[in-house]
Design a protein around this ligand. Structure first.
Ligand SMILES: C[S@@+](CC[C@H](N)C(=O)[O-])C[C@H]1O[C@@H](n2cnc3c(N)ncnc32)[C@H](O)[C@@H]1O
Length: 176
């Protein structure tokens, strides 16, 4: 959540909210005048997050706009730029071309100098490189190259979260 700036009238985007673990933390950072958009593919998760978190939040915070878009991020009908993007998509399960396209789309929505944060479970790529079939090993090496190149290009920083099960790393990319 460090990627969310302390400015007035900020616009925040969450991609792939799932059951809302990150959503709950993002809501704590919002102030009157802010806008929060959530894009989630699963209609079940959209309904769940609406009922468990957003309905009450809107009642308590009428001056904060919160909108859920039940769509793929690649197809979501979003307007304008965002001051932070928090992404919960499981990139290791996506083909590399899809990963590249999704990052291009998300970075396109990000305001210059602002951050996109995503997480990755630790050790998954290493396991695939050691135990995977040759095609999986090749694909995983390309994936690592792709992640490293983006990290370099977008002035990436990272933080390990060991207490999470499984442990993960949070990556923050800055829009140039
Ligand atoms: C790993 S889960 C999110 C975990 C979440 N932080 C939580 O606490 O539950 C990933 C979510 O992304 C959604 N998703 C997958 N691909 C997507 C896409 N292209 N656009 C938007 N949402 C997507 C899935 O439906 C799923 O709910």
């Amino acid at each position: 959540m460090q990627s969310i700036p302390y400015c007035a009238n900020k616009r925040i985007l969450e991609v792939g909210c799932g059951t809302g673990a990150f959503t709950k933390e993002i809501l704590k950072k919002l102030q009157d005048g802010d806008e929060f958009h959530i894009v989630e593919l699963s209609s079940d998760f959209c309904v769940k997050v609406e009922k468990s978190l957003l309905q009450q939040f809107r009642k308590d915070n009428p001056d904060i706009k919160v909108e859920v878009h039940n769509a793929l991020i690649e197809e979501a009908n979003l307007e304008g730029e965002f001051d932070a993007i928090i992404c919960g998509l499981p990139f290791n399960n996506f083909p590399l071309q899809v990963v590249e396209h999704v990052f291009e789309v998300m970075l396109g929505f990000l305001r210059s100098g602002r951050e996109l944060a995503y997480f990755e479970y630790l050790g998954m790529r290493k396991l695939k490189c050691v135990f995977g079939l040759p095609t999986i090993r090749r694909e995983t090496k390309q994936r690592t190259k792709n992640i490293d190149a983006r990290f370099e290009k977008q002035s990436g920083s990272q933080e390990m979260v060991w207490r999470n099960i499984p442990s993960c790393r949070v990556v923050r990319l800055t829009k140039c």
